[in-house]
Design a protein around this ligand. Structure first.
Ligand code: TRH
Length: 378
């Protein structure tokens, strides 16, 4: 099928990151996808080749082009429209489709057949997701008045749209061995000697300074691989140009492609991640992880975090560490939660992540759920 996926980049990397993974996954399953995006710049490093039209099955187009009649005339009409995260489709794009479809069917625009029109929502483990998933919503105005969109909610249960998980990911997936880890780390600029390796992808967590202090005072060496952007800036704001402190060695990473980012998580013993896409990748990596959830002004993220922790059934010490990392515990109680990072605690923690991963693998993935939904609708 031919899919038009629309994405507006609000801030950070999650919107384009999720949209791109979906495009690539659909393409890998033999579909054709056009990704319309208002800022594609991150794809340069996230998905090398995508912007050069070098990705089989996916074509990246600028958002403005979707209002350009000359561009639209040259394109085939899609079977599916996806507006990612509530971005509304441009009216000229919708109007073009309505007219073309009506002309093809030799009918009035109001009678034209609509594509399957989906609004793909943000990932959450909260109970409303099951209630709202797959609900239709009538289009009340504009050229497609009278048509209908469907809300499609990714989620952690069988009653939701499921999770992004490429067909190539397997439940029996084994983590990289020591030689593969050393090779990957060397390419990142780290001469890894078998020490504890921790990745850091975060905003500006209140516990960062305490974490760095604890790692510096570890009984054994630790390498912290700090992702490019806000995480690097946050660490540099605390350590300046220093890349070594006590047992702690810092390795600042360049911007990685998504496959390399995923490989980073698989190679590390512990991953600090942020946003919905990387937390999911941390689960698939099967290593202990701490989620820095995207903060919202009305504290809506607190309920979202609790629902996630409950859904994964992580033990209390891990739950409290998550609350502390996100600034959701009283300041006096925060630092002590870092005890959950002791080597024995990490060893006890990993099977919990593997159990959660195994459980989630029993569900259909998002892409399969989308394809099935569209096929049924047509
Ligand atoms: O960047 P994020 O914080 O995105 C957030 C959230 O998705 C949030 O819900 C949304 O509302 C907000 O953006 C606007 O974190 P997230 O979701 O984990 O996305 C990061 C993406 O960046 C992910 O696809 C992995 C990718 N990435 C790389 O490919 N290479 C890198 O080097 C890094 C650091 C990230």
């Amino acid at each position: 099928m031919l899919w038009d996926i629309f994405c507006r980049v609000i801030d950070n990397l999650g919107d384009i990151g999720v949209s791109w993974r979906l495009c690539a996954d659909l393409a890998a399953r033999g579909h054709h996808v056009r990704l319309w995006v208002d800022d594609a710049s991150a794809l340069q490093w996230m998905a090398p080749g995508a912007l050069e039209d070098n990705w089989p099955g996916v074509r990246v187009l600028a958002w403005e082009q979707s209002s350009d009649s000359k561009t639209l005339k040259e394109l085939a009409l899609a079977d599916v429209w996806i507006e990612a995260f509530g971005c509304d489709l441009p009216e000229p794009f919708v109007a073009h489709y309505v007219q073309q479809q009506a002309a093809l069917a030799d009918t009035a625009p109001t009678k034209a057949t609509q594509p399957v029109w989906l609004n793909l929502e943000y990932l959450s483990a909260e109970p409303y997701v099951e209630r709202c998933h797959a609900l239709p919503s009538p289009v009340m105005r504009g050229p497609a008045e009278g048509w209908s969109k469907t809300f499609f909610y990714p989620g952690f249960t069988a009653k939701t749209g499921g999770l992004l998980r490429e067909a190539t990911l397997s439940a029996l997936w084994q983590p990289p061995d020591a030689a593969q880890r050393a090779t990957f780390f060397a390419a990142c600029g780290l001469a890894w000697q078998g020490e504890l390796a921790i990745s850091l992808f975060c905003y500006e967590p209140p516990l960062l300074q305490a974490l760095l202090k604890q790692l510096a005072a570890s009984p054994a060496p630790v390498s912290l691989l700090v992702t490019a952007g806000r995480a690097s800036a946050a660490v540099q704001a605390l350590l300046g140009a220093q890349t070594r402190q006590g047992q702690l060695q810092i390795c600042y990473l360049p911007l990685l492609s998504q496959p390399d980012f995923d490989q980073l998580l698989a190679c590390c013993d512990l991953n600090f991640v942020r946003g919905e896409d990387s937390v999911l990748r941390a689960i698939w990596a099967g290593k202990p992880f701490v989620w820095h959830i995207y903060p919202q002004q009305d504290l809506a993220h607190a309920a979202k975090l609790e629902a996630f922790l409950q859904c994964l059934q992580l033990e209390e010490a891990v739950r409290r560490l998550h609350l502390a990392w996100n600034g959701l515990l009283p300041a006096a109680e925060q630092a002590q939660t870092l005890a959950a990072l002791q080597p024995q605690a990490l060893a006890d923690w990993q099977p919990q992540v593997l159990a959660a991963r195994a459980h989630l693998f029993e569900m259909d993935d998002l892409c399969s759920a989308l394809i099935r939904f569209v096929q049924n609708k047509r």
